[in-house]
Design a protein around this ligand. Sequence first.
Ligand code: ATP
Ligand code: MG
Length: 863
Amino acid sequence: MQVIFISEGADLDALSTAFGITLIDPEAKILLPGAVSSSFRLAMKRFESKLKGKLIKINELKKINVLYLADTNNYKNASKKLSDFIDENTKIIIYDHHPIRSKLPKKVEKHIKKTGSASTIVVYQLKKNKIHISPEDATILILGIYEDTGSFTYNTTTEKDLRAAAYLLSKGADLETVKNIIEERIDQQQITIIHQLVENLQYFFLKDKKIIFSFAYSDRYIPDISGFLHMIKPLQEADAYFIMINEKGKTSIIARSKKKDIDVGKIMSYLGGGGHFAAASATVKGLTVQEIKNYIESVLLSEAYKKRVISEFMSRDIITVVKDTQIQEIKEELDKAPVIFVVDKKGKFLGIALSRVLKESLRHGIKDVKIENFIIDSIITFEPSTKLSEAEKTITASSQEYFPVLENGKPVGVINRTYVIKILHGQVFDSEKDIFISRERIKPKFLNFEKNLRKYLPDHIITHLEEIGKLSKKLGYNTYLVGGIVRDIVMSKKSLDIDLIVEGDAVKLSKEYAKLKNIPVHTFEEFMTAQLTLETGEKIDLATARKETYTHPGAYPKVEKATIKEDLYRRDFTINTLAIEITEGKFGILIDFFNGLKDIKDRMIRILHQLSFIEDPIRILRALRFAGRLGFKLGKPTEKLLKLAVDEDMLNVAPTGRINIELNYSLNEERVIDIIMLMNRYRVLHSLIPDFYMDEKREEILNRLRDTIISFEMFFSIKIDRVSNYLLALMYHLPFDISYKILQKYHFSKTVKFFEEYLEVKDLFHKIPQKDSDLYKKIKFIKKDILVYICASSDIELSERIIRILKKEEEKDLLLSGKDLKEMGIPPSPIYKKILDDVFKKYLDGEIKTKKEAIEYVKKHYL
Ligand code: ATP
Ligand code: MG
């Protein structure tokens, strides 16, 4: 038999094409798929008599000798479904307008052209074969053309489509019927879907292109959604869109694109679907719409960025200096850029010199020295044509901040690390624009906090602050107490770090204050900061209020003076944005610009803007540290963006030195276990440690570590290396060579030693001796830091024995000392050690319990 295959969910174009084929081959039957679009169904009803006898169901199939594919060329799919009825002798004929994505058998007869509809192709064939077309036939055939070209408005419409339609009109096609079928097909359920789609619109910007995602949920299959998406205006204005309809865990994706470089056919093919560059679809199981969206976004980004090159992003604004220039000659230039490019007489690149270092040298009176003495030459450079994706790999692996771009060995530009990371990852975060995140208050909140300030800060500090406030006023500046200390005071806690921000010149203020009080001051002009040391030893940090701006892509961040509000906006979380003014006349006024007070009250960690975590991935760790320490939760958008940042692997592009510092802080916090569990929940540990997993065993070791550390520190008045202990608990699943690499990467050199020492002794405890004196022999040479870990990771009994033995060791001198032996009349000699050890051994095994018994034992055995 001859069978016409159309796809699942077939639309009018499939119906028209298939119908056209039945006019060419009257014996051919259209195989009805499980589901068809609503317009297909409408047309089927309207033309019931015409289609009678032309439709069959799958259970009526017999051996197929000719198989037609209409409006699809997915032979793989068709042959899978029809495998029982076809063989190598089955003749295949395809009428379609989609690009060919999968391989077709050789002997196929192809009628595949890039027209707006597949019906167009079959109409041309009918015309060519001079086959008679009745007015009713013409109406059925024209339906597909009208639908698939959006009544000739889609830009996939070709001249052929219009010619085919003209031919059909000449044969009497009835446009009234077309109009009815195409327009009157929207039902209640479809309306609910459209409503959802409108509500859930999300924008995603890819360079200058606007892409829309939207999704809807439905409890049953809704045919022909794509047919009425044109009713949603923003979709028509977008450069491309992806619509996801989730129905019982299965998501159908409809994708459309107006731009050649957004090939939705290709993107859908990654998801197991297909279509052409402008229109495509896929069905996905087992992923949430959010996951699908993230996936599509990452494909879009990598497609877009794979092709981009460094020269598109670099700054050409560079300062180039010939190697034998004296550094004083370029004094002026040093404020303009953080690095200077050094070249030879021919302009060839030799290396860079850091402006900071040059300025420092000038300050120390080193002037008539050539710049070549300051060259750093072992640095990574790029070429203008280096692909951005390549550059990222290199940038990630190095700790360099600025990367010179060289063309034929001559410097032509520079690119900076933060900027590359921002363009590569920023868009994903930008796409979250729909999340309302701004915490900025329309009007700042002011509160008088003078009383609290006086309550939580010592008097002499208050006095200094008042006097700095007085001097500020005199100089026309405003000065504020900011940062952790304000947060802590608001939370009724005492705090130590005193950070001041000056709207004015912090360096000048500090110098004058130091002179006034005759106290030491350190200034860092370049950073516009200073530090005062009080008579009592405390330090006060002062900084000029500032903001950093990027003037153009690839440029150095420009540090500029700013208002206190702008300075606070750069901070990590709203709870750290509170300021208390100390300027005379306004002393003690707390200012809240970003709802920090409310967030402290609600116990919430919130970032200030969308790009916060990618601007500085260290904030991921800080967020969890504060959340753990203070028992706060992450705000919803903050949590989402944090997860996104971890997913984007931002921690692996963060400077490793700063990760070290942050982990050190975290692992030394009192509520370290809470912080670790948060780092586990948000997969931060997974991103830092290979193959990390959390299970009951690790959780138990961590908890016991915390208790054991406290016990050891109390009993033995020592400080235990918490960082190494916790790191070992987090990495014991790794072979040493891998953990070694991780520890090296994050600069935990002390911990490397700790791991090595632990490895050397850990096997000693496979067999545990009965007698405490024998156990003591094993542990006596092991450092307490490591014994802590051994205790926490072995069974409780062993752990208690070890602690008991160590306690006894502490008492060794009290039990019996050399002095006691001397008083007993034993002349000092090496025998002392032997006696004392012997007595201690008996003490460990419980044979001697008191000093008296010890003395008696010595008398009996040694006198
Ligand atoms: P702690 O009590 O742990 O000292 P803190 O809030 O004082 O907490 P610091 O590390 O001393 O934290 O930093 C001082 C201030 O600098 C913070 O309150 C915060 O506003 C700001 N800050 C620190 N690190 C960052 C960062 N990575 N991004 C933005 N702002 C930061
Ligand atoms: Mg601090």
